[in-house]
Write a protein that binds this ligand. Structure first.
Ligand code: AMP
Length: 315
């Protein structure tokens, strides 16, 4: 177990001197199968794997769950090692951000909407810690989950913009059998909230089905998902949108790759999820949303244009 940033730097530098490739898996700990899928992938593709366990205060806003975020480093280390990690880097906050620390990475447009609207400064905090980890470890590859899709796109952008040279590897979302994406925050859910949390997956499935049935208006797809989220009184939707995966903007029409994004507070716990799907060109129907799906979506009493009361799915 490495505790000091300099120890991480020297261990990975030594690995490189020996001609070995290094993969890094940044986490906040409380590891579950989702994290472990990243570790296994890294172990399959790299000679040495570092799993970082650090609850990064910079990415939490005031009133968020920084204080109660689950912390169990010894258990995490055992699980990560069993999945193929060679090193666990678990620094204290003071080691990562010593007195006088005052530098941060400021993310552009990709980090300014969706999650950022509810969590201002979140992605700057993520970007700052990720850049610091990548600069210290200089890994050939870094593994991130699609579960946090906006984070993944932000990290890709930051690494490209700053020329860090690490390959960002995206790993698919691991889910419970009923569709709920694994998350350390699922531990906060009581039985009723856990049941209600399935709505996120139902919403994504509804969005995908609507696109599969020919809906190409992103606002109507967002409304479809929002309505599905609202079905359960324990679920308070935050946003539901169909976006361009590269820019995270809502396009005029859906065509080609689409990323469905949802966020909701469920019994007091904020959860996010997303799903990639494909909008095939439809010819004539592509220009007409008056078909049965669109009509059904419109009939659903949709008060929240764009998936949010204030029409936020317009980007
Ligand atoms: P976290 O500890 O929540 O910061 O997550 C650390 C990494 O694990 C991030 O890249 C997440 O996207 C990824 N991750 C979290 N949950 C899952 C999941 N259910 N499936 C795949 N990756 C995940």
């Amino acid at each position: 177990m490495l505790r000091e940033p300099e120890a991480l730097r020297s261990h990975t530098a030594e690995a490189h001197r020996r001609g070995r490739t290094v993969g890094i898996v940044p986490t906040m700990g409380a590891l579950h199968e989702g994290h472990l899928s990243l570790v296994r992938r890294a172990a399959a593709e790299c000679d040495e794997v570092v799993v970082t366990v650090f609850v990064n205060p910079l990415q939490f806003g005031a009133g968020e769950d920084l204080g109660r975020y689950p912390r169990r480093v010894a258990e995490d280390a055992a699980m990560a090692t069993a999945a193929g990690a060679d090193w666990i880097f678990a620094p204290d906050v003071g080691a990562m951000y010593p007195a006088g620390f005052q530098t941060s990475v400021r993310v552009g447009a990709l980090g300014s909407h969706w999650e950022a609207e509810s969590r201002p400064g979140h992605f700057d905090g993520v970007a700052t810690v990720v850049v610091k980890l990548l600069v210290l470890a200089q890994p050939e590859r870094a593994y991130f989950g699609e579960k946090d899709f906006q984070q993944l796109q932000v990290v890709r952008r930051v690494v490209a913009d700053l020329g860090l040279g690490t390959e960002i590897v995206a790993c698919p979302t691991v889910r419970d059998p009923d569709g709920l994406a694994l998350s350390s925050r699922n531990a906060y859910l009581g039985p009723a909230a856990r049941q209600a949390a399935r709505s996120l997956w139902s919403a994504l499935a509804a969005g995908e089905a609507a696109i599969g049935a020919g809906l190409r208006d992103p606002t109507l797809v967002g409304q479809c998902m929002w309505r599905e989220l609202e079905r359960d009184p324990l679920v308070h939707p935050d946003y539901a949108a169909a976006v361009d995966p590269a820019t995270l903007e809502v396009p005029y029409r859906l065509a080609g790759a689409v990323r469905l994004l949802v966020a909701a507070t469920v019994g007091g716990t904020r959860l996010i999820d997303n799903l990639g799907c494909w909008a095939t060109p439809l010819g004539l129907a592509d220009r007409d949303d008056s078909g049965p799906i669109a009509t059904e979506a419109a009939r659903g009493g949709l008060l929240h244009a764009g998936g949010r009361p204030e029409n936020r799915s317009q980007g």
